[in-house]
Design a protein around this ligand. Structure first.
Ligand code: CA
Length: 223
């Protein structure tokens, strides 16, 4: 899951970025409205966290422009003032939810999870493929009766593969949803992580779930 954070206050931006990365999200940052709009239009984000008061282009205008450009990425608006007028303006501009600053990080995480669930209504809190089960809330991964320990990056990659079960995902798709903008597409990092996952998820099980599709990418499916 890749999130764009548009926030000009450096301290808050850094607090959000660090917290989201710890949870395994890929995070890109924009520090003004114009940069935020540019990134949101050029990358395929799963969610945008948008501050209301921003230099160059304010959050309301940015949100309207996004929706006007038919970009369906859900937006959570971060507002400093908790007034009805601001909330109404935010929702009118096309924001899907709002959160008043200061907020507890746990609440932000809960809102993000709720939004990502809503975005993909087929996604319950657990993803299942054959005897593999991934719990999005507790981050527990189980294959048969065996619990699998994954790093946050491995977890994000497996989550992405499972959300796309039965569909080929290319390295570009993986890099766009699991890594952030600083990712160097010319490295073999994705292949390395796929191998880590294979060792943890597939080895020891008769049925292999993670398959390479030569020249195209990867697919998670039962054979
Ligand atoms: Ca601000």
């Amino acid at each position: 899951m890749r999130i764009l954070v548009v926030e000009d206050e450096k301290k808050i931006a850094e607090f959000i970025r660090r917290g989201l990365k710890e949870e395994g999200y890929a995070v890109d940052m924009a520090h003004d409205g114009e940069e935020g709009l540019f990134l949101a239009k050029t990358n395929d984000y799963d969610l945008v966290l948008l501050d209301l008061m921003l230099p160059k282009l304010d959050g309301l205008t940015l949100c309207k422009k996004l929706k006007g450009a038919k970009i369906k990425t859900p937006v959570i608006m971060l507002t400093a003032k908790n007034t009805v007028k601001e909330k109404v303006m935010g929702l009118d501009s096309g924001a899907d939810d709002y959160l008043t600053k200061p907020f507890a990080f746990e609440e932000l995480l809960a809102r993000i999870r709720a939004m990502l669930r809503k975005k993909d209504a087929r996604t319950p809190t657990k993803l299942k493929a054959a005897d593999l089960e991934l719990d999005l809330l507790t981050h527990k991964v189980i294959r048969g009766s065996r619990e699998i320990e994954l790093t946050t990056k491995e977890f994000s990659l497996l989550e992405y593969l499972m959300r796309n079960e039965g569909t080929i995902v290319t390295r570009t798709m993986i890099s766009e949803h699991v890594w952030d903008i600083d990712f160097d597409t010319f490295t073999n990092v994705i292949d390395v992580y796929i191998n880590y996952l294979r060792n943890k998820v597939d080895s020891g099980s008769k049925k292999k779930l993670i398959h390479t599709v030569r020249g195209r990418g990867y697919i998670l499916k039962e054979e």
